[in-house]
Design a binder for this molecule. Structure first.
Ligand code: BDP
Length: 573
């Protein structure tokens, strides 16, 4: 899905600001800011703890000039949305972190107002990605449970645009451009007609929907070098341009060869973090300046990459990565497909993960939708080098194969040009996992020295080294990225004795883990967990959130940040 844009043939108006807000759809006695998470805003907990639908309402003007195809375009609504204009449903979407668009042309008159109501539902059940369960409590209240640790922020998290585009318009474009300067493009039009496609910086032009253009000695997009080109697509009616759309792209090649990950033919070593869209008060709302701050800190620390753990991030975030040469592992919202981990941690009997009562065919169908939608959104981004189709699913259950095999196939069909992977959980090592062979890259999350061998880093190193040797023995032809390793750390807490939760222990933990990575040739990347401290779900045994950040939640560096900066900038990792 293309991002909306303002240009010579298209128009858009952001609908950010205060909307009327209600918990029952009749009594609009509150306001809520868009974009924003609803949970940390109000002083009482009625909104915060609400399980169900939140209603947003606003009168909007349709400008007189909006006479063509008019739509409402959402960056995301977490987790489900029904959109009504003047009382009539104009669209609905399932899934909290991907964009959707509702055509409202027939419902509105340019030069008049209309009433927009957005019903945002925060409920997660087993058919959702991420999955969850609603539990009815003895006193009749509802509680939302889920199998991931980060807080289930809800709301309209990204800008809503009122869009006007020509009746005949560019619906989509797919661009594949390699380091040889060859650019294949494929335009989808709403109705057939003539087209002119130009790479603006190189002044090469094609006249078909699907063609190949060549740029002589292109300036490559590369890690740290966000060199972009612009593909201008013009739909023509004789001499006149009826629609125009500009899509940026980069010339670069990505390839997995043996246990190496090559970008433009050169081995790439990932340094960086699994991150979260998470801030005090904002929750998961997109905010340009917060993204910029995070990116500046990534640059300062010497990180060349990040993973959008555990859901697709805002398009503005991805644009920034494209422009600045930040390498991205792009992840679907499929986190928490693991009943075994939940059962294990809580000490209860683990339920089976793949069954009609838990992760089932409907979950899989929706998981497939998220893969399609993610790839449709981000396919042209040079920053994206690898798709991660899930985080820490249960893959010890033999039924995981029937669940994941079609999804891996689908990801490859949606994008034959990039490698694919999934992120492996500690309880599913090389001799228990049923799906590793379906993917190009092994991404593994390991907490030796934290969840196991806590406080005993010598043993942790030994166990981690042994496990890596097992992966290499069995799947030695594939590269390994350590997508998570980390230790909760309370900023300001110190000890001479490497006590858990201290800044000293976090540094010692990172040192020990780094030693293990450096001794394994297959390891081609390290993403510490997490970039910053983040909020976790209520009722979870954590002190005000997950404290594994290299930075605090307000982005102050812990000692670990200086350790990583030293490692990643000096050793050129
Ligand atoms: C991993 C999860 C991540 C958690 C992390 C932790 O992938 O989302 O936040 O553990 O426990 O299992 O800190």
């Amino acid at each position: 899905m293309l991002k909306p844009q303002q240009n010579e043939t298209r128009d858009l108006l952001p609908l950010d600001g205060f909307w009327q807000f209600s918990l029952d759809g009749t009594n609009y006695d509150r306001e809520m800011a868009v974009p924003g998470s609803v949970n940390d805003v109000f002083a009482d907990s009625e909104v915060r703890d609400h399980v169900g639908v939140y209603y947003y309402k606003r009168e909007i003007f349709i400008p007189r000039s909006f006479t063509d195809k008019v739509s409402l375009r959402f960056g995301s609504a977490t987790h489900h949305a029904v959109v009504r204009v003047n009382g009539e449903e104009v669209g609905r979407h399932k899934g909290g972190y991907l964009p959707f668009e509702c055509d409202i042309t027939e419902r509105v008159t340019p030069g008049t107002t209309c009433e927009v109501i957005v019903e945002v539902d925060n409920r997660l059940d087993m058919t959702c990605i991420p999955p969850g369960q609603i539990v009815e409590l003895p006193d009749g209240r509802l509680r939302q449970e889920y199998m991931h640790d980060f807080y289930n922020y809800t709301g309209i998290h990204r800008t809503i645009y009122l869009v006007n585009k020509p009746e005949r318009h560019v619906c989509d474009v797919r661009i594949v451009a390699g380091m040889d300067g060859v650019c294949h493009y494929e335009v989808t039009q709403s109705a057939p007609g003539d087209v002119r496609v130009t790479i603006e910086e190189a002044e090469v032009t094609g006249t078909g929907d699907k063609e190949t253009l060549t740029v002589d000695k292109p300036t490559l997009w590369a890690p740290g070098e966000g060199n972009l080109y612009t593909l201008r697509i013009e739909l023509l009616d004789g001499e006149s341009i009826v629609d125009c759309y500009r899509e940026q792209f980069g010339f670069r090649t990505v390839e997995v060869k043996g246990h190496e990950f090559l970008i433009n033919g050169k081995p790439f070593y990932f340094t960086g973090f699994g991150m979260h869209e998470d801030h005090e008060t904002l929750g998961k709302a997109h905010n340009d300046v917060s993204v910029q701050r995070d990116m500046e800190l990534l640059h300062w620390i010497g990180a060349n990459s990040l993973r959008t753990s555990h859901y697709p991030y805002a398009e503005e975030w991805m644009d920034y990565c494209d422009r600045h040469g930040i390498v991205v592992i792009d992840e679907t919202p499929a986190v928490g497909l693991n009943m075994a981990v939940a059962g294990g941690i809580l000490g209860t009997t683990a339920k089976k993960t793949y069954s009609p009562e838990s992760v089932n065919e409907k979950t899989q169908a929706h998981h497939a939708d998220t893969i399609r939608e993610l790839i449709a959104r981000d396919k042209n981004r040079p920053s994206v080098v690898l798709w991660s189709i899930a985080n820490e699913p249960d893959t010890t259950d033999p039924d995981s194969r029937a669940y994941f095999e079609p999804l891996a196939k689908l990801a490859r069909e949606c994008d034959p040009t990039r490698p694919i992977g999934y992120v492996n959980v500690m309880t599913s090592p090389y001799d228990k996992c049923h799906i590793t062979d379906l993917f190009d890259v092994m991404m593994i999350n390991r907490y030796y020295g934290w969840y196991v061998d806590a406080g005993d880093l010598e043993t942790a190193k030994q166990h981690f080294t042994e496990e890596l040797a097992g992966w290499v023995e069995r799947f030695g032809d594939k590269p390994i990225i350590i997508t998570e390793y980390g230790a909760d750390t309370v900023s300001g807490l110190h000890s001479l004795y490497n006590s858990l939760f201290t800044e000293d222990y976090q540094v010692a933990y990172l040192e020990a883990n780094s030693e293990v990575f450096d001794n394994c040739d297959n390891v081609i990347g390290e993403h510490m967990w997490n970039f910053a401290d983040f909020q976790t779900k209520p009722g979870y045994a954590r002190v005000d959130g997950n404290k594994k950040g290299a930075f605090t939640r307000d982005r102050r560096p812990k000692a670990a940040a200086r350790y990583l900066r030293n490692r990643w900038t000096n050793e050129n990792k």
